[in-house]
Design a protein around this ligand. Structure first.
Ligand code: GCU
Length: 597
């Protein structure tokens, strides 16, 4: 609160304090808090929470979380909330899908629930949120614990010593789009809000394994594994034990200042889409142990080729949003499996999870089902590239994503963004992100979905120098209706790295039929897909495609009567009940790729 506001004598804080948010911005929860311990042995705080939208941020302005029901003399005070009488909402879920009154609601909403806690001998306790869109301010038993920004990545809060037999957790969620956020205030998907992924209570010993990394060491000829362990707690020197029983491996990792790493010889069965082999990995340190199922593989690029385990591959993919007709962004495991099954039915071996980190369950399921993944942070379109705060936000989301999924064999590409104009500010911002990704994780490839240089009609973007793989979004035949430019565009380009066509496509209203000239029909979409695939087939430096998009998805920018506030570029209808004609074009194209190899 500024000095000026305090001087006025009739000042009433909760109605005159215009800078009320400042006090909450001082406690930021970021990637340094992240606990990632493999398969969850946590207790769920999911379930029905009390809920109220809060358009004017009254909870934060009037500090509802302090629950001041009486004054100093015990006289009852008037209040404008009644937590336990509010409506109840399921956590995880999106408020937009909870009730049609909230479909288009953007702003703050208050979630709260009581829960019991009994210490079972643990020394430390944490609460882990899978994701909250977009900002979360967390309060426990009237105390403000901190704020997380970033709508698609997990975060943790230590609550050791703050829990009673009966507790109240309260979270103020705000999904307002903001120019300086990541993503900014304009993007081509639906802005869901809520605590839409799991909330868990994690009980741990005083010293524990906070997270670990384990992967096939790049360039080791598939004969070396690297493992690293990060511990938290007073005993930050000692020996951790790593076991991979199926490989007869038992190694000691020396921990110094809370960190230890090791490289050792091993010749595991390599993970691939055809053979998604996973091993049980166990790490123990002091009286803590964690277990995870991990695949070992190597992804690499050489010239304009992509290699998986030393074999040239073509990424036969498709894009997908984290969107469901029924659940919004809170997609279920069944829906994830359905999406992967549909992709496999289309002969895919790869998916681009656009444009933000999807649930961690997606990469786990892809590990099991054998689907390679491109994962991405929402540095999308016209981000505020000149804003240092915005960069910190983007880098934090990238770090949270990498720390979360670093042990997932299915993830082969980290993408630092999508369709950004090639300005100096953007180059500085995104090249720094690319370097950060390579520094955090040398075992994967870094890419971004770049735009076509429409003036020179070629692949040209200064960010390419910092990428391992060039992603290119091109919409010849659709946004540029002259599909004949496509071949010229490819022939004009002379990339020295592998190129993935990270997006091409066209709108088609499901079941709308006509001629190949009738826009918004399946026939028009199919003719564009045929032109695209027949041209792409001829281009040797293209090593992957992920057409936009597996299924139609909600999008408030799409108001043509045939779109109905959906982006209808899907190869399936939004409810996935109908495969459009182009689905079969892609299925045949990918089947042909295998024969060609
Ligand atoms: C862009 C963008 C997508 C968008 C698509 C479209 O390439 O990356 O997010 O939905 O085009 O316009 O349909």
């Amino acid at each position: 609160m500024s000095e000026r506001e305090k001087i006025v004598e009739n000042f009433v804080e909760n109605i005159h304090c215009a800078t009320y948010e400042e006090r909450y911005l001082k406690k930021i929860i970021n990637n340094t808090t992240l606990i990632n311990r493999g398969r969850n042995e946590a207790e769920s705080l999911n379930g029905f929470w009390n809920f109220c939208i809060d358009q004017y941020d009254s909870c934060l302005r009037s500090k509802w979380y302090e629950e001041k029901y009486f004054d100093e003399e015990g006289r009852q005070l008037p209040i404008d909330y009644s937590f336990d009488q509010w409506e109840r909402i399921k956590v995880p879920s999106c408020w937009n899908m909870h009730d049609e009154r909230y479909l288009l609601y953007e702003g703050s909403a208050v979630y709260t629930r009581r829960f019991k806690y009994k210490n079972n001998g643990e020394k430390r306790v944490f609460i882990r949120f899978g994701a909250v869109n977009h900002e979360a301010k967390v309060f426990l038993n009237k105390e403000y614990l901190g704020m997380h920004k970033g709508g698609s990545t997990p975060f943790c809060i230590e609550v050791t010593g703050k829990l009673n037999d009966e507790n109240r957790i309260l979270v103020v969620v705000n999904n307002t789009r903001k120019r300086t956020n990541v993503p900014c205030d304009d993007f081509d998907w639906f802005n869901y809000g809520g605590i839409y992924r799991d909330v868990e209570l994690i009980r741990l010993p005083e010293t524990f394994i906070k997270r670990f990394e384990i992967y096939m060491k790049p360039g080791s000829g598939y004969k070396k594994i690297r493992a690293a362990v990060y511990t938290d707690g007073s005993v930050n020197q000692g020996n951790a034990a790593l076991e991979i029983n199926e490989l007869g491996i038992k190694k000691e990792i020396s921990i110094v200042d809370g960190f230890g790493e090791i490289e050792f010889e091993a010749t595991p069965e390599l993970w691939s889409p055809e053979n998604p082999k996973l091993y049980e990995v166990t790490l123990s340190y002091m009286n803590d142990s964690v277990t995870d199922k991990v695949g070992f593989r190597e992804i690499a690029v050489k010239g304009t080729d992509i290699y998986l385990n030393g074999k040239k591959i073509f990424l036969k993919g498709v894009c997908a949003h984290e969107d469901s007709v029924y659940n919004g962004k809170a997609i279920t495991e069944d829906e994830i499996r359905e999406n992967f099954r549909l992709a496999k039915e289309m002969n895919c071996n790869y998916m681009r999870l656009a444009h933000y980190p999807h649930t961690e369950k997606a990469a786990r399921i892809a590990d099991e089902m054998g689907i390679m993944l491109w994962e991405e942070i929402p540095v999308y379109w016209a981000i505020d590239f000149r804003n240092p705060e915005t960069y910190i936000d983007a880098e934090n989301q990238l770090t949270e994503l990498i720390k979360r999924d670093i042990n997932r064999a299915s993830v082969i590409i980290w993408s630092v963004g999508n369709e950004n104009a090639d300005t100096d500010a953007r180059l500085k911002f995104m090249s720094a992100l690319a370097k950060k990704a390579q520094e955090l994780d040398p075992s994967r490839l870094v890419s971004a979905a770049c735009l076509v240089n429409h003036i020179n009609l070629r692949i040209e973007d200064r960010l390419i120098d910092y990428l391992d793989i060039i992603g290119v979004n091109e919409y010849f035949g659709w946004y540029d209706p002259d599909v004949s430019k496509l071949l010229t565009f490819f022939n004009n380009s002379n990339p020295e790295k592998p190129v993935i066509i990270s997006e091409f496509g066209a709108d088609a209203r499901a079941c709308e039929r006509g001629t190949s000239d009738d826009i918004y029909t399946e026939d028009r979409q199919m003719s564009i897909y045929k032109e695209q695939t027949e041209t792409i087939r001829k281009i040797p430096y293209i090593k992957g495609t992920s057409p936009w998009i597996l299924f139609d998805f909600r999008c408030p920018r799409r108001h043509h009567y045939l779109q109905g506030q959906y982006n209808i570029k899907g190869l399936l209808s939004a409810d996935k009940s109908h495969k459009k004609l182009s689905f079969y074009v892609m299925k045949e194209f990918y089947a042909g790729i295998d024969k060609k190899d």
